[in-house]
Write a new protein. Structure first.
Length: 403
């Protein structure tokens, strides 16, 4: 008889801060995101704790009173893991663990763990492994003992197992090795990209889970993995797409997230090079998400980091089928909330706000995809005209035809 495999969800507690810059409402959204991250990693959230404070406590992140409360809750509910919505310093990590005697995961470690679970190709695995080691090195005393590793589960799926005394040196060597390996692959990838010739390159970028892969599938009629979890895509997919008579290369890339660990940005250099070398960016946004404006800002932040913010961009507001608009009461004197805007109003606002082209679509339902193709055609054509100035006649006689 086949053994029935039950999914075992690790029970966790989430901890976040409410500060001047991060008011209660924001923190709630961030905690929702953290819960989604935890769920993606294989955890079930049992409790959430937040604390109002000016800045994180240098010793325990939250105050010791709050931490006692959390510890008590964990004991009562038989919970072994506590997840913090920020990167903890190595000493905070150590102190909190000592205080609570629980497994402590911070936001960075959680994201690294998801990446480790999701990495498919040896290239992605090498990238994640490097990021994990770099995270690990300054935190070695805490998590590298055999005892710690035996606890297993989220955040413990680190690369390999070694004894603590020699670990630091071994890990440094390993980092050097991985860097060399990546350098070699990066070179190969760069050559590969060069060999793709002069075709115009379009990159789909956006926050995680906004529908990039779904859109990739719609536009290129391919079958890229898409699902309702975070970071479904780690490996870049490139497809040749023809719109009208214009061919171009379309790239689906890893999703961005608020506070994307720097270790990951570094080790995913080649993946991000796809974005860096793109001629045109399609910035996909999930307009049905309450924090979509924050998401846009995070993505732009990362784009800025990799020097790609000033590229020609189309902002594709996706999931309009899921967009909910709550009519504001007429006599309401309070400020209009995000949710009170209609799609039309948002459309007008964004057209006024940005110099980029904007379009509102549903990749899943196929709404406005022809419009998006038309826009892509126009933008790719502009790039074509600059790149092949003597070849323009090709397109002069062309009229866009719906498929
Ligand atoms: N309602 C609705 N859902 C959509 C739409 N487009 C995509 N989705 C869903 O959103 C989820 C995420 O889609 P993906 O295409 O995997 O998103 P992604 O941006 O590639 O995500 P990562 O690779 O994880 O960063 C899936 O469950 C899709 O079915 C849409 O237009 N409307
Ligand atoms: Mg994807």
């Amino acid at each position: 008889m086949l053994e029935k495999k039950e999914a075992t969800y690790e029970k966790v507690i989430l901890v976040g801060l409410i500060t001047q810059e991060q008011p209660e409402e924001k923190t709630k959204e961030y905690m929702d995101e953290l819960e989604f991250l935890a769920y993606t990693a294989g955890a079930e959230t049992i409790g959430r704790f937040t604390q109002k404070t000016d800045k994180p406590d240098p010793k325990y992140f939250v105050g010791s009173g709050k931490l006692s409360e959390i510890k008590e809750f964990a004991l009562k509910n038989n919970i072994d893991t506590i997840i913090f919505d920020d990167e903890l310093t190595p000493s905070q990590l150590k102190n909190i663990e000592k205080f609570t005697d629980k497994k402590i995961i911070d936001r960075t470690n959680l994201i690294l763990d998801i990446f480790a679970q999701r990495a498919q190709t040896s290239y992605a695995r090498t990238q994640v492994e490097l990021a994990q080691y770099e995270y690990l090195l300054p935190r070695l005393t805490r998590m590298w003992t055999h005892l710690e590793r035996q606890r297993g589960g989220i955040g413990m799926r680190g690369p390999g197992e070694t004894e603590i005394e020699t670990d630091r040196r071994i890990i440094r060597d390993r980092i050097t090795l991985l860097k060399k390996k990546l350098e070699k692959i990066d070179k190969q990838m760069a050559t590969q990209r060069k060999n793709r010739g002069q075709l115009v390159r379009v990159a789909l970028v956006g926050y995680t889970n906004v529908g990039k892969s779904t859109l990739m599938n719609v536009l290129s009629k391919s079958d890229v993995f898409a699902e309702d979890k975070l970071f479904a895509t780690l490996d870049t997919t490139v497809r040749k797409v023809v719109v009208g008579n214009l061919p171009f290369l379309l790239t689906d890339t890893v999703g961005f997230i608020r506070k994307l660990p720097t270790q990951l940005i570094e080790s995913f250099k080649s993946t991000l090079d796809e974005v860096r070398e793109a001629d045109l960016i399609v910035h996909v946004v999930d307009i049905s998400h309450p924090s979509f404006e924050d998401h846009i800002a995070s993505v732009n932040e990362t784009l800025k980091d990799i020097g790609s913010l000033d590229k020609p961009t189309i902002i594709a507001f996706n999931k309009i089928d899921q967009f909910k608009h709550i009519e504001k009461e007429e006599d309401d004197l309070t400020e209009k909330l995000q949710e009170n805007y209609s799609l039309e109003e948002l459309q007008k606002m964004w057209v006024a706000r940005t110099e980029d082209e904007t379009i509102f679509i549903s990749a899943q339902k196929g709404t406005n995809i022809d419009e998006l193709k038309r826009l892509l055609y126009e933008e790719v054509k502009k790039i074509h005209e600059v790149r092949f100035p003597y070849n323009n006649f090709l397109f002069d006689y062309y009229e866009f035809q719906e498929e």
